[in-house]
Design a protein around this ligand. Structure first.
Ligand code: SF4
Ligand code: FES
Length: 286
C-alpha cells in the first residue's frame, strides 16, 4: 500500500497536470489490492493518465506512470451560441493568442468562462478561429454558414525557437488514433508531453533554433494531395505529401515531397530535417 505522503504527492501532481482524480484513485486502489507492487522510478505524471484496458496486467508499468496506454484524456470543451458552436481542445492550445488579439470580447482569458460566442456574430468568430495556428479552436456552423475550407496547398511553417505550424489537408497519426484537421502545431524540441503536438515545452527548455532552412534541394514542383503526418517511434516525423516549407523569418520557402523527415528530438544539425541524431541522444517519444 502507498504511504500517505506518496498518495498526497501523486494527487498533487495529478491536480497540476489536470488528470482526472478518478485515475489516481485507481492507482491507489490497485496498490491496496496488490500490496507487493510498489511505485518505481521518479514520481512524475509525464504523459498523464487514462485507465489501461486491463490495469491488473499493466500495473507495474502504470505504477511507474510510464504505461503507453495511460494517456491524458482529450479535453475538448464546447461553447454554444445561436448560430455557431465553438470547440476548444485544451491540450492543443499553446496560448499564441491569435484569438484574443482577433476578437477579445469572445476570447477573454480573464473571464471564468473564457470563450463566449454570444459576443459576436458567427462570421466574425469563424474568421478568427481559422487564424488559430494550433487547431485548438474549431467551429461548427448551425446557421448554414460555410464550414472551414480545407486549404488547397499544404504549408509547414517553422517557428523560431518553437514548433512547426501545419496548414492543409492533414491526416495526423497520434498515439490515440488518426485524426483529420486543417491546422496543427507539432513539437520539434522533443520535450512536449502531448506529442506529436506542441504543448509549449520549448519555452521551458529554452529550445534554440532560428527556423532557418539549410537544405540544398527542393522538389521541382508541388503536386496536390493530402499530408500524412506519421511520427516514427522514438524518431522523426515522417510527412508524406506535397508541402511548401517556410523558414522562421518567412524569407525562404522550399517545396518538399513526396516524403520528408522532420526532426522532433530537437538535436538535428540539419533542422528542420532529421539527421539521425535522435539515435545518438536516445530520444524517446513515450
Ligand atoms: S489562437 Fe489557438 S493556440 Fe492561440 S490562444 Fe487561441 S486557442 Fe490557443
Ligand atoms: S528526430 Fe531529431 S535528428 Fe532525427
Amino acid at each position: 500500500m502507498l504511504e500517505v505522503g506518496k498518495v498526497k504527492l501523486l494527487r498533487e501532481l495529478a491536480r497540476k497536470e489536470e488528470v482526472d482524480s478518478s485515475y489516481m484513485s485507481r492507482i491507489v486502489n490497485l496498490t491496496t489490492l496488490a500490496p507487493e507492487i510498489g511505485i518505481t522510478g521518479t514520481l512524475s505524471l509525464q504523459g498523464a493518465l487514462a485507465p489501461p484496458p486491463d490495469c491488473r496486467q499493466t500495473c507495474a508499468e502504470s505504477l511507474s506512470l510510464r504505461c503507453a496506454a495511460m494517456r491524458r484524456p482529450t479535453k475538448v470543451r464546447e461553447y454554444d451560441a445561436e448560430g455557431i458552436t465553438v470547440t476548444y481542445d485544451v491540450k492543443r492550445c499553446i496560448h499564441a493568442e491569435e484569438c484574443v488579439r482577433g476578437l477579445g470580447r469572445v476570447f477573454d482569458p480573464s473571464r471564468r468562462v473564457w470563450v463566449d460566442p454570444t459576443q459576436a456574430n458567427a462570421d466574425e468568430i469563424a474568421a478568427v478561429i481559422r487564424r488559430c495556428p494550433t487547431g485548438a479552436l474549431h467551429f461548427h456552423r448551425k446557421d448554414g454558414g460555410s464550414a472551414e475550407p480545407t486549404p488547397v496547398q499544404n504549408e509547414v511553417r517553422i517557428t523560431r525557437d518553437g514548433p512547426l505550424y501545419l496548414r492543409g489537408d492533414l491526416e495526423i497519426h497520434t498515439p490515440t488514433g488518426v485524426m483529420k484537421d486543417t491546422r496543427a502545431s507539432l513539437c520539434r524540441c522533443g520535450a512536449s508531453r502531448n506529442k506529436p503536438f506542441c504543448d509549449k515545452s520549448h519555452v521551458s527548455i529554452a529550445f534554440p533554433d532560428t527556423g532557418a532552412i539549410n537544405a540544398q534541394t527542393s522538389a521541382a514542383e508541388l503536386g496536390a494531395g493530402a499530408l500524412r503526418v506519421l511520427p516514427q517511434k522514438d524518431g522523426p516525423c515522417l510527412i508524406e505529401g506535397p508541402l511548401t516549407l517556410i523558414s522562421g523569418d518567412g524569407a525562404t520557402t522550399m517545396y518538399c515531397g513526396p516524403k520528408a523527415w522532420f526532426c522532433r528530438c530537437g538535436h538535428s544539425g540539419n533542422k528542420p530535417f532529421c539527421d539521425g541524431s535522435h539515435a545518438k541522444v536516445g530520444f524517446r517519444d513515450g
